[in-house]
Design a protein around this ligand. Structure first.
Ligand code: KIV
Length: 272
């Protein structure tokens, strides 16, 4: 029996049960503070390997390590109390074999205590998705534009723009569903195809640059907040946080330079 106060977080099966129902809301999160702010408004938080580009300034997600994902996963778990937390498996941590994926997914789950992992790939990763789910690890799949494969894909390109490319993506969605994924991210997939896949599979589709008909949506938090210098075309900015930060820093800088900060109310006097 646990002595800890129980935390009731959303579970992977609860996300699956939302298929065709109330839209699923999700965002990426990389640190405790923003995870705590988002927690009341989302169903799940993804500790995405996009953190390599967004937080660490890499040109792609490829340099991201398992240790980095675990460190950010722990932070998000400390910040969020209700949302399901899903942690991305980084490039090189799962593709070699199902046992390799299992070992690294176990590290993620044990060290962060998150509720699920996500990995990129459709039919080619189905065996691995099945291997993990059969051993107690909920897996979110990710098909369409899979950024870890951008070198093979020839860039960050929208998928399914021509009808003759649809079957492969439909087969990917079917394969990860049959393998036991509890949900599937559809990234940068042409709208009619994303809507069609959503109708075809019995698990929730989570769209990013895909279709409003997906069962849920995800965005990179920094992109929708207006904090990222460059964002993909599909991102709608819901805030101008970058501008607010710059204005606040400029005000602070001006006050320090003019010796008007700290003012009396921000200093401590001696106690008599
Ligand atoms: O890494 C990430 O942030 C993602 C989302 C874009 C789905 O995989």
């Amino acid at each position: 029996m646990s002595v800890q106060k129980p935390i009731r977080r959303t579970t992977a099966p609860q996300i699956t049960a939302r298929k065709g129902g109330e839209p699923i809301v999700s965002l990426t999160a990389y640190h405790a503070h923003t995870a705590a702010i988002a927690d009341n408004h989302v169903d799940f938080l993804l500790v995405g390997d996009s953190l390599g580009m967004v937080m660490h300034g890499f040109e792609s997600t490829l340099p991201v390590t398992l240790d980095l994902m675990i460190m950010h996963g722990k932070a998000v778990m400390r910040g969020a109390q209700k949302a399901l937390v899903v942690v991305d498996m980084p490039f090189g941590s799962y593709e070699e074999s199902p046992p390799q994926a299992f070992q690294n997914a176990v590290r993620i789950i044990k060290e962060t205590e998150c509720g699920a992992v996500k990995l990129e790939g459709g039919a080619r990763m189905a065996e691995t998705v099945n291997y993990l789910t059969e051993r107690g690890i909920p897996v979110m799949a990710h098909i369409g534009l899979t950024p870890q494969s951008f070198n093979v894909m020839g860039g960050f390109k929208t998928q399914g723009r021509t009808r003759d490319s649809w079957q492969v993506l439909e087969d990917d969605a079917q394969a990860v569903t049959e393998a036991g994924a509890f949900a599937v991210v559809l990234e940068a997939i042409a709208e009619p195809l994303a809507a069609r896949i959503t109708e075809q599979v019995p698990i929730p589709t989570i769209g990013i640059g895909a279709s409003a008909k997906c069962d849920g949506q995800i965005l990179v938090m920094e992109d929708m907040l207006g904090l990222s210098p460059r964002v993909p075309k599909f991102v709608r900015k819901f805030g101008e946080v970058g501008r607010f930060i710059e204005e606040a820093i400029a005000d602070y800088s001006a006050e320090v330079r003019s010796r008007s900060f700290p003012a009396e109310e921000h200093t401590y006097d001696v106690k008599d």
